[in-house]
Design a protein around this ligand. Structure first.
Ligand code: PLP
Length: 409
C-alpha cells in the first residue's frame, strides 16, 4: 500500500496567493461592476522586448532543419549561456567558472530544490517575513518540525525577524544554524542588504560552517551602485554561499521560464570539502532535470546581448517608475512606506494598527485595490502590506487615484 509523505500535511493552511484569489473572487461576485486593480502578485505584465522575441524566434528556427536541430542540451545549460552569465558577474568583479553556473527553469524551482542536497537534520534559518518557498520546501523535506498555530511558526525553523526597527534586515542568529536563506532585494519588504550586512552573514556562515542560500531574483532592480547585486561581491562568500537568480523579473520571463544557480567550487561544508556541494547539485540536476529549454535559452542569450540588456533595463525602469508612483502616493497619505527604491515591491505598515488581512479587505472593498497581506509571508509580516509595481502604468495610476479618493484612513 502506498502511503503519502506525511510532511505535506504539516504545511500551514493554504498558500497565500490562493487565499488572495479566493477573497477577490468573492468580492468580484458580489460587485460585478467593480473594476478591480491588482497590485498583488509579483507577476510581470509588459511584453517581451524585441531583441528577446527575435532570440526566441531564432531558437525555434534552429529546430526546424536537420542541420541546426539539437535535442537534449547540457544539464547545466548551454555553454554560451553560462559564458554570458559569467561575463555579467565579471562586470561586478566576480569571477566564476562555467562549472559553477547551473542554468535552470527558474529561481522558484532552484530555491525549492536546493535544500535536497543537505541533510534532513540541518537547522534552517529564514528571514521573517520571507518568500514562502523557503519554509514550505523545508517542511516537505521534514526539516521544519511542528507548526504552532499560535505563533504561526515551525518549531525547528529559526525565524529572523525583519522589522522597521532593524531596517528589515535580520540580526545574526544567536544559536547555531546550518542553512540561512537571504533574499535581497527582498520579497516582500523591498529592503536591500548592504555589503556590510551581508559580510556579517558571511562571517557567521564561515564560523559555523553554514551555507547561505542567497536569492538575488530582483538584483537587476538595484539602482544604488554601492549596494551588492551578488553576494559574491562580499569577500569570503564563495566559501559559504549559493546564489540563485532568474530571468523572470529581468526580462519578463515569468511564463517563459529561465533561471540559474551558482554553486561555487570553493564552497565548503562540515562533512565535505570544497567542490562537494557543486558535485551534489550537478548530480541532483542531472537526475531530476533535463536541462533548460533550448528555445528559451536562445531568448535568454538575446536578453543578455548588448541590445537585450538595454531593452530589459527599459522594462525595469518602467516598473521602478510604477514603484515610485505607488510609494509617493502612500507617503502623501501619511502612511509608513518602505522599499520601492531599489526593489519592485513597496512595503507599508497597515494604518491604525490594523492586521494585514483586515487591511487587505479594507483596501479591496473601499478602493478596489488588491495587495498582498504581509502576514502571509511570516509572523513578522503581520501588520504590514505589500504592493507590487509589476502592473501596467494605467492600473497603477488608477489604483493610486482610487486609494487617494476612496480609502478611509
Ligand atoms: N525568488 C523570489 C524571491 C521571488 O519573489 C520569486 C517570484 O516571485 C521567485 C524567486 C521565482 O522566480 P522564478 O519565476 O524564476 O521561478
Amino acid at each position: 500500500m502506498a502511503t503519502i509523505n506525511p510532511n505535506y500535511d504539516k504545511l500551514a493552511a493554504g498558500y497565500l496567493f490562493p487565499e488572495v484569489a479566493r477573497r477577490v473572487g468573492v468580492f468580484a461576485e458580489k460587485h460585478p461592476g467593480a473594476k478591480i486593480l491588482r497590485l498583488g502578485i509579483g507577476d510581470t505584465t509588459e511584453p517581451l522586448t524585441p531583441a528577446v522575441v527575435a532570440g526566441l524566434h531564432a531558437g525555434v528556427d534552429r529546430l526546424a532543419s536537420r542541420e541546426s536541430y539539437t535535442g537534449y542540451g547540457d544539464y547545466e545549460g548551454d555553454p554560451p549561456m553560462r559564458e554570458a552569465l559569467a561575463r555579467i558577474y565579471a562586470q561586478r568583479g566576480v569571477e566564476l567558472g562555467l562549472d559553477e553556473i547551473f542554468v535552470s527553469d527558474g529561481a522558484k524551482p532552484d530555491s525549492g530544490n536546493i535544500q535536497s542536497i543537505f541533510a534532513a537534520d540541518n537547522v534552517v534559518a529564514v528571514q521573517d517575513p520571507a518568500y514562502p518557498v523557503y519554509v514550505d520546501t523545508n517542511v516537505i523535506a521534514g526539516r521544519a518540525g511542528r507548526f504552532d498555530p499560535v505563533t504561526q511558526q515551525y518549531d525547528r525553523i529559526v525565524y529572523m525577524p525583519c522589522t522597521a526597527q532593524n531596517g528589515f534586515f535580520p540580526e545574526l542568529p544567536t544559536q547555531h544554524v546550518d542553512i540561512v536563506y537571504l533574499c535581497s532585494p527582498n520579497n516582500p519588504t523591498g529592503a536591500v542588504a548592504t555589503k556590510e550586512q551581508l559580510s556579517g552573514f558571511v562571517r557567521y556562515a564561515r564560523e559555523h560552517r553554514a551555507v547561505v542560500i542567497f536569492d538575488a531574483a530582483y538584483s537587476a532592480f538595484i539602482r544604488d551602485d554601492a549596494l551588492p547585486r551578488s553576494i559574491y561581491e562580499v569577500e569570503g562568500a564563495k566559501q559559504c554561499a549559493i546564489e540563485i537568480n532568474s530571468f523572470s523579473k529581468i526580462a519578463g520571463f515569468t511564463g517563459v521560464r529561465l533561471g540559474w544557480a551558482v554553486v561555487p567550487q570553493a564552497l565548503e561544508i562540515e562533512d565535505g570539502g570544497a567542490g562537494k556541494l557543486n558535485q551534489l547539485w550537478r548530480r541532483r540536476q542531472s537526475t531530476f532535470f533535463n536541462g533548460a529549454s533550448n528555445v528559451v535559452q536562445a531568448g535568454g542569450m538575446a536578453a543578455l546581448s548588448e541590445q537585450g540588456l538595454a531593452e530589459c533595463q527599459g522594462l525595469i525602469d518602467y516598473y521602478m517608475r510604477n514603484a515610485a508612483i505607488i510609494r509617493t502616493a502612500l507617503e502623501e497619505l501619511g502612511l509608513d512606506v518602505y522599499g520601492g527604491d531599489n526593489a519592485p515591491y513597496v512595503w507599508m505598515k497597515a494604518p491604525n494598527g490594523m492586521k494585514s488581512w483586515d487591511f487587505f479587505d479594507k483596501l479591496l472593498t473601499e478602493a478596489h485595490v488588491v495587495g498582498t497581506p504581509g502576514a502571509g509571508f511570516g509572523p513578522s509580516g503581520e501588520g504590514y502590506f505589500r504592493l507590487s509595481s509589476f502592473g501596467h502604468r494605467e492600473s497603477i495610476e488608477q489604483a493610486v487615484v482610487s486609494i487617494r479618493e476612496n480609502l478611509r484612513l
